[in-house]
Write a protein that binds this ligand. Structure first.
Ligand code: NAD
Length: 432
């Protein structure tokens, strides 16, 4: 390869791996189908507001370290911004922008009255103590407080943040407001305004949409081998629920490697092992393969259903033609690049896109916000049955839109979502 060609190839790969460009590609395709006017297109494509904050934090050894964090509000036309906060070394503004836009489309697909937001802090939580994480979280909360609030922007957990993180945010916000304000975040512990069923909600939504996609493919859960990438909130709990539903989960991974047993994994036993050792490695009833940088062989295993539920850019132009699954349900946000998405469509693989597949989390976050504001809490049965109703209805609406326009489920989901936001924009008009 000449130097020029290599540079061109690497620029093409860089663009392919830029999550904001991936999101913009999905957006533009759908906007073309909707024949969206140029002005509205520009408004809906770019985030409304981007805040960058530098956070001095006292470390346990007495040093002060400065961390950089972001909060991006992509769009608030349909309601307060909604979206998680992630703590990770790879966090960057383009990623947070893309994730905030996906939240706008996701809330719209499931028709909950929120816009889209996302936050992140560049840090490595594995190298930080609990006290350091608490100080970082509280400082980040204060730094973005002017744009937070139950009617403005309502964060939730994402990668490497959890119920405890949300409790710290809620407490910091409440102390500054001089009143307990539970509805400022979702994904809280149950005893401080959390909702029953929230922890499992994203995994449950993944299972519900998998059930619907299987019907399209003419498969039954008991005939379906599942490979799940990631064993955290979405992947681990999604695998557990699918296992209970009769699916044969044959592989699970964490960031260190993956386990595989073609006969099926005893998912509760795997999760118990993971809970006690913090790694999948060492689980006896399956083969183990450690992660090699830049390669994801787990995704190419024999299976009917693949659930990428770890992170972005896992199915790419480098491996999309080797995926064996007939159905892919995107538990993670942005696991498939735009280029790979076209390859999968060309191969006739049914892909349930992230903005539908993982929307169970934001749906129950919406229930949590409603319950906090009512001060009246629902039973788990009510939460789960309302979640199921919304996910099945939304899947049906996306499928019908895809059929109407003759496009993939991904483009159908974007068309449905963008059309709903654009119609609100047209009705509200431009404020001064
Ligand atoms: P988590 O931190 O609970 O779990 C992430 C899992 O992925 C862990 O098992 C980790 O070891 C593994 N992992 C990380 N990098 C990996 C890699 N390169 N290869 C294989 N495994 C890897 O996070 P989560 O909350 O489960 O989120 C996972 C994805 O789902 C993210 O894309 C997140 O944005 C998305 N998501 C989460 C929710 C939610 O409610 N938690 C809702 C919607 C979407």
């Amino acid at each position: 390869m000449s130097t020029g060609t290599a540079a061109h190839a690497s620029k093409a790969l860089q663009d392919e791996f830029n999550p904001f460009l991936s999101m913009a590609k999905g957006f533009d395709t759908a906007a073309d189908h909707l024949k969206l006017d140029g002005g509205i297109r520009d408004v809906l494509r770019m985030p409304n507001r981007e805040l960058t904050v530098n956070l001095p934090v006292l470390m346990d050894d007495g040093r002060v370290k400065v961390f950089t964090g972001y909060r991006v509000q992509h769009n608030t036309l349909r309601g307060p911004a909604k979206g998680g906060i992630r703590f990770a070394p790879e966090v960057n503004l383009d990623e947070v922008r893309a994730l905030s836009a996906w939240m706008t489309w996701k809330c719209s697909v499931v028709n909950v009255p929120f816009g889209g937001g996302k936050g992140g802090v560049i840090c490595d939580p594995r190298e930080m103590s609990k006290n350091e994480l608490e100080r970082l979280t509280r400082r980040y909360t204060v730094a973005i407080m002017d744009i937070l609030g139950p009617d403005r922007d309502v964060p939730a957990p994402d990668m490497n943040t959890n119920e405890q993180t949300m409790a710290w945010i809620m407490d910091t916000y409440s102390m500054h407001m001089r009143r307990t304000t539970t509805a400022v975040v979702t994904g809280k512990p149950l005893n401080i305004g959390g909702s029953k069923g929230r922890k499992e909600a994203t995994g449950r939504g993944v299972m519900i949409t998998a059930n619907e996609a299987l019907k399209m493919a003419g498969l039954r859960p008991e005939d379906t081998r599942v490979v799940v990438q990631g064993a955290g909130n979405v992947g681990g709990l999604g695998a557990l629920l699918m296992h209970r539903e009769g699916y044969r989960v044959v592989s699970l991974s964490d960031m260190y490697g993956f386990i595989h047993n073609p006969q099926g994994l005893d998912v509760p036993a795997v999760l118990a092992h993971l809970g006690s050792t913090k790694r999948l490695e060492g689980y006896r009833e399956a083969d183990y393969q450690a992660t090699t940088p830049g390669k994801v062989p787990q995704l190419e295993l024999d299976c009917e259903l693949l659930v990428p539920a770890a992170t972005e850019n896992q199915i790419t132009s480098l491996n999309a033609d080797r995926i064996k699954a007939r159905v892919i349900v995107e538990g993670a946000n942005g696991p498939t690049t735009g280029v790979a998405s076209d390859i999968l469509d060309g191969r006739g693989i049914i892909v349930v896109p992230d903005i539908l597949a993982n929307a169970g989390g934001v749906t129950v976050s919406y229930f949590e916000w409603v319950q906090d504001r009512m001060g009246y809490f629902w039973t788990e049965e009510i939460v789960n049955s309302r979640l199921e109703q919304i996910m099945v209805q939304s899947f049906g609406a996306v499928r019908a839109t895809a059929e109407q326009y003759g496009v993939s489920l991904r483009t159908g989901a974007y068309i449905l979502a963008i059309d709903r936001v654009a119609s609100v924009y047209k009705m509200r008009g431009l404020s001064a």
